[in-house]
Design a protein around this ligand. Sequence first.
Ligand code: HEM
Length: 374
Amino acid sequence: MYSAWRENDPFFWYEELGTWVLTRHEDCTAVLKRLDCFTSDWRRLGEGVPDELVMLQTVDPPEHPPVRRLLTAAYRACDHVALVGRTASRVTALLAGVDGRTADLVDEVALPLTVGTICDLLGVDPPDLALLRRVSPPVIDTMDAGLRPEVIPAGLAARAELDEMIERWMSDHRPGGMFAYVSQKLDALGADRRLVMNSLRSTFHAGFESSARLLSLALLAFTDNPGVLPKFTGNPESAVQEVVRYTSQVQVLARGCLTDTEVGGHKVRGGDGVTLIIGAANRDPAVFREPDSLRLGRNPNPHLGFGRGLHACLGAGVASMQARVLFTELAGYAGVRRDGEPVMWDSGTLRGVRALPVTLSRGGDPACATPTDR
Ligand code: HEM
């Protein structure tokens, strides 16, 4: 569908949502970069935004830079070399726990790994996974609120549960993590406290959920494309970026147009919505040769999977590191075999796998051989 849109109607008006839909890489990039004309802050277009949803991703300058600077400084202040080491230990332990049997790798590897890593970065104790499994889906559903406004109340209630946790972590944290930094600097910064707290909540949520979706979609792609995973170690840095491009967990980004302008030869009026189909832009043949192939050595790879411009992903480095550590270790496994159909999340904005039964074998058990070996 995306390629049909891109080829036949790459810039169309979708009346039901009151938005333009863009599928070309060039057009999506232009919108993300043109801060004079396009906003992430729907309040500037006269729309009501609940207080809970006013956060880094949804504000423009002058509100955005101080909070972004604070979180970036907190992120950089962490010991990233030590974080890589602890992530590697976590990966080894989680994979050992499922070695030689069929397991749901989303539930038993991807989610615990990403929760462990983000909590490590934040400097807090990981919360109960059952709680996160319950509150995360309604938060994600809210990202599709344009299509399904009825999901908003449950999404706000789920955020309120996460907010309690974030508030607690402001005083209950370890030294050296992001919370230690933010709690120390927040008062001197003079930034809107609610904005910072909401941004910490979304950092925590993106930290485990967007990352888990990358890992689970990548696992699906590797079991769909036998023989690719063993090549991961050839150039892990570019391999991770290719996996982000190919799987595009963030399928859609939205912006509002502030003033009449033109993009890709199309007139866009102030007040119009603009929906960027990142999943389509990341498969645009004008930019990516053989876009539907998973080519781990792809270089250059200017994908939009982590966004672009002012709001580009703050955690791209840690998300990429974690994927690199997991798939480097998994590439050494003799067998990585899917044992059943994946169950996908039903979401327009954030794509992902809900359950993925896989049998892993570190040793050479032929029953677990990859399909190319069989
Ligand atoms: C594979 C995993 C991830 C993907 C695909 C992803 C993707 C994205 C995208 C596309 C944006 C841009 C949003 C926009 O332009 O409206 C974004 C922003 C953001 N991401 Fe991520 N993300 C991931 C992991 C993370 C992690 C691990 C963290 C935290 C450590 C994080 C924190 C953030 C924050 C705070 C923003 C807002 C930045 C701003 O508005 O200035 N993300 N992410």
